[in-house]
Write a protein that binds this ligand. Structure first.
Ligand code: ZN
Length: 97
């Protein structure tokens, strides 16, 4: 399940008003953000505006948590075997798996 970990890009507009202040929400579509910047320029002639591209990247590192029980334990009692449907006689393969 990789979808939640895809890099994200979004765009927003800032206006210089003593400091850089938000002038739009964030939008996935750059063209939409640019249109909002044009509209802000019309509302605030003579002001400085800038387009901000925000990017986020997620790195999934080591998984911790539920492991297998000792080899030979009944797989029905092993939290790591749940849903794995091991073949008969339904024994947990153990922590090395
Ligand atoms: Zn197991």
């Amino acid at each position: 399940m990789n979808a939640p970990y895809l890099p994200r890009n979004c765009w927003r507009v800032e206006i210089l008003d003593g400091d850089w202040m938000p002038a739009s929400g964030t939008h996935a579509d750059k063209a939409h953000a640019e249109a909002l910047m044009d509209a802000a320029m019309n509302r605030h002639p003579g002001s400085q505006l800038r387009l901000i591209r925000e990017t986020t990247t997620s790195h999934v590192e080591a998984i911790r948590g539920v492991g297998h029980l000792p080899a030979g334990t009944n797989a029905e009692d092993c939290p790591a075997c749940i849903g794995s449907n091991p073949s008969y006689p339904f024994l947990c393969p153990g922590p090395a798996s």
